[in-house]
Design a protein around this ligand. Structure first.
Ligand SMILES: Cc1cc2nc3c(=O)[nH]c(=O)nc-3n(C[C@H](O)[C@H](O)[C@H](O)COP(=O)(O)O)c2cc1C
Length: 402
């Protein structure tokens, strides 16, 4: 059962959303039937996989998927996918079909080109198809306009502003999001360039260029594509902290500028975090690819319960609520905290002792006979390393001492 709750409702760039969860541009939005299934499952909208002009060659290589594991859990996913093999005429047709079948959902499309004429043609065709919003992928290596070759568009402030201005010129009132990469020195400068272009907001962010690993038997980098490999786009849980920082940094410096949060959001708790640092809605790809469209049930019920329990009447009230507590390092309060062992919860594993001995301040001594750690209040600086290795919740805790 999909929850429809007034708390989850919001307006995003003038588009009504029954909940904040949108399917991001990816394989799940590339085929009409699959996209339909996502909307039927309860997603509030989707962004069709990035499309291009009919003349653009999309030369895919397989296998394209790989993962980054800790042995048991998939922490991150890698892909060497490119944009959609479906070109603009087909995608515009599909957008218009979806809009007629799902008038109350957000139907958006993603585009990429390499010339002013190309970008503007794509925008006009989608506008004619009755699309609600266009997202521009400025975070694919193929998207540059000739300056700074090899770079993604969103790695150059001047290219970002120039191309975003072309897009907005053609789009007029149609909302435009620019999808950026977090892999830049100054994310705020890129965000400012987008704001100056007149575009409506930012999708923060796309997958992050990564080398997924090396098969140590054959020494072939992963994924192995006929004995060769290349860099992948890293997505999923592993990139959430980078996404949160990217959203927060833009929201702190450009208050009120619209952000669609994307990258590593896997469950409703992650979505709370992204909203709390300034995202206006949430896009998800990897969690759906791995677990199916059905995760929308847990996302919506989990977020709604959270809002109710915390006394928020709408997701809008949650947006940006964590930002006042986020400051620069030199503005942090200097508190004296120390680690304390809760003997009744200690299982005598010795992990805190080892971590403090070899990675901390040698403030934890070890009673071999009773298998008990003891913290020296004089030596402990309160770094918190021991808490990271605790196997039992609250077997150690930090307490203020002054
Ligand atoms: C296989 C695959 C294909 C993707 N294709 C596109 C694409 O065509 N256009 C785009 O803007 N992003 C594309 N993405 C990126 C996703 O839209 C999303 O930004 C990224 O996966 C981060 O979100 P996540 O951690 O929830 O997966 C793709 C991601 C994957 C895994």
């Amino acid at each position: 059962m999909i929850l429809t709750s007034s708390r989850l409702y919001s307006e995003f760039l003038g588009i009504e959303l029954e909940n904040p969860f949108i399917l991001s541009a990816a394989p799940s939005t590339d085929e009409l039937d699959i996209a339909r299934a996502g909307l039927d499952a309860g997603w509030a909208g989707l962004i069709l996989k990035t499309t291009s002009l009919e003349t653009t060659v999309v030369d895919l290589a397989y296998p394209m998927m790989s993962s980054f594991n800790d042995g048991e859990n998939l922490l991150g996913m890698g892909n060497i996918d490119l944009i959609s093999a479906y070109h603009i005429n087909e995608v515009a047709k599909r957008a218009s079909i979806l809009k007629s079948e799902f008038p109350y959902k957000m139907i958006a499309a993603s585009i990429m080109s390499d010339s002013k004429e190309g970008w503007q043609t794509l925008v006009k065709k989608l506008k004619d198809a009755g699309i609600d919003l266009i997202e521009c992928s400025f975070s694919c290596p193929q998207g540059n306009v000739g300056e700074d070759p090899g770079k993604m568009l969103a790695q150059s402030e001047s290219a970002t502003e120039k191309v975003a201005t072309w897009v907005k010129e053609a789009a007029g009132d149609l909302p435009i999001l620019i999808k950026i990469t977090p892999q830049v020195t100054d994310i705020v400068a890129i965000a400012r360039a987008i704001q100056s272009s007149g575009c409506d907001g930012i999708t923060a962010s796309n997958s992050i260029p990564a080398l997924m690993g090396i098969d140590i038997e054959s020494l072939t980098p992963i994924p192995n594509v006929g004995g060769r490999s290349t860099y992948s786009g890293l997505t999923g849980a592993a990139i959430k902290p980078i996404t949160l920082r990217t959203i927060a940094e833009i929201a702190r410096n450009l208050p009120g500028f619209i952000i669609s949060g994307n990258g590593g959001i896997t469950d409703w708790r992650d979505s709370v975090e992204a909203l709390a640092v300034g995202a206006g809605n949430i896009q998800i790809c990897t969690a759906v690819m791995l677990n199916g469209f059905g995760i929308i049930e847990d996302l919506t019920s989990g977020l709604d319960n959270y809002l109710k329990e915390k006394g928020f009447n709408s997701i809008t009230e949650l947006v940006g609520e964590a930002l006042p507590m986020l400051v620069n390092h030199d503005e942090l309060p200097r508190e004296e905290v120390r680690s304390f062992v809760n003997n009744d919860r200690c299982i005598g594993c010795g992990k805190c002792y080892i971590a403090c001995r070899d990675g901390g301040h040698r403030a934890i001594s070890w009673d071999h006979q009773n298998r008990l750690p003891e913290v020296s209040v004089e030596k402990c600086v309160g770094c918190g390393l021991c808490l990271l290795v605790q196997p039992v919740e609250n077997c150690l805790e930090l307490r203020k001492v002054n």
